[in-house]
Design a protein around this ligand. Structure first.
Ligand SMILES: [Zn+2]
Length: 360
């Protein structure tokens, strides 16, 4: 395969990461109007967490959800009493972060940000230290205590915990996409083959048979891959039965126009071309019954109308929301909702500026 197409694949994947729609770590998902929903571990329902800003990309850790806003800043929700909240008082705009183009969350509340200039910033990432090599990065992925950075030249950097060899990626070349799992790392090569290092107790690194893959997602104990022809593949689960929730059962997704995949702890979620979410959760067993039931509810949930028009739809919905907010603010300020002018007359409220009557 030529160098050009490897570069193109890398750029394509980098752009997709900058507009990430789902993250299975806490199962958070982004709607075309810039709002975010998430499932908390001990929350009984979906929780809207994206009230504040125009979010263009979503990421999550076990106990936090993050949103990259269209101005290059990053919001973090927090989990309070089992509920994700993104109210003004409890959410934080990560201090000092700007010019961010992609985010990746992991661990309890860790998040990494990729900056426009190809450098990486960290928030709440104890034990991860970035050397001066961390530049020319085009994609990042956060695991549980380690971080991967894909460089423009197709090599990969890793930092943080390496107890299972999850950071042993220095010999990887021609990589076009990476994903950090809990204690393992997966990379897609330009020829469509896949490499993996780290913990393999549940067979999560057995990816050597995969071919034609364009993107991967590594979860807690499994990895899934999306092929250029729409096939969805998974590793075969070899871990203990009580942590298996059917997360590897994605073979039938191959016929369902899946465009994005995300591997979580006990589930895999995906987005279809028509904007609906899909989830592996189809079996109830053991300690995860409750979470399964909640995940059922997200299936059928619609993030956008048509993937091809996603950017246009997003712009339209964000503009509509801004307009609504403006009208609302003018109303509560007691001025003309159409132009912001003052009213004249006690009985007939007529705007002194645009002449419209107050008819609302
Ligand atoms: Zn007016």
């Amino acid at each position: 395969m030529s160098n050009i197409s490897a570069k193109e694949l890398r750029e394509k994947n980098s752009l997709l990461e900058q507009r990430n729609l789902i993250d299975a770590r806490t199962t958070s998902f982004l709607f075309s109007d810039g709002s975010v929903d998430a499932l908390a571990y001990n929350d009984a329902t979906r929780k809207k967490v994206g009230y504040l800003s125009n979010v263009v990309s979503v990421a999550s850790a076990d106990y936090a959800t993050f949103g990259l806003c269209d101005d290059g800043t990053v919001m973090a929700s927090s989990l309070i009493n089992g509920f994700f909240t993104w109210e003004r008082k409890s959410s934080v705009c990560i201090p000092g972060w700007h010019d961010i183009i992609a985010i990746s969350g992991g661990g309890n509340t860790s998040v990494a940000g990729l900056k426009k200039d190809g450098t990486v910033v960290l928030y709440d990432c104890d034990g991860i230290f970035l050397s001066s090599n961390w530049k020319d990065i085009v994609q990042i992925s956060m695991g549980r205590g380690h971080l991967l950075g894909l460089k423009r030249d197709g090599t990969v950097l890793a930092a943080g915990k390496n107890d299972k060899g999850q950071c042993s990626v220095s010999d990887w070349t021609d990589i076009v996409h990476v994903s950090a799992g809990a204690l393992f790392s997966v990379g897609v090569k330009a020829d469509g083959s896949v490499v993996a290092v780290g913990d393999n107790e549940a067979g999560q690194c057995d990816v050597s048979e995969w071919c034609g893959i364009e993107r991967v997602s590594a979860g807690a104990r499994h990895a899934v891959g999306l092929a250029s022809d729409g096939r969805v593949v998974s590793t075969v689960f070899k871990g203990p039965a009580d942590v298996y929730g059917g997360q590897c059962d994605v073979a039938h997704w191959s016929d369902l126009d899946v465009i994005e995949i995300s591997a979580g702890a006990i589930q895999t979620i995906g987005v279809r071309k028509n904007g609906t979410l899909i989830s592996t959760v189809n079996e109830l067993s053991g300690m995860y019954t409750e979470q399964f039931e909640r995940l059922f509810k997200i299936v059928g949930c619609k993030l956008f109308d048509n993937y091809e028009n996603l950017d246009v739809e997003r712009q339209t919905k964000i503009a509509e929301r801004a307009k609504k907010r403006e009208l609302y603010e003018r109303r509560i300020m007691g001025v003309c909702q159409y132009c912001g002018g003052k009213f004249k007359g006690l009985l007939t409220k007529k705007c002194t500026q645009c002449g419209n009557i107050k008819d609302y």
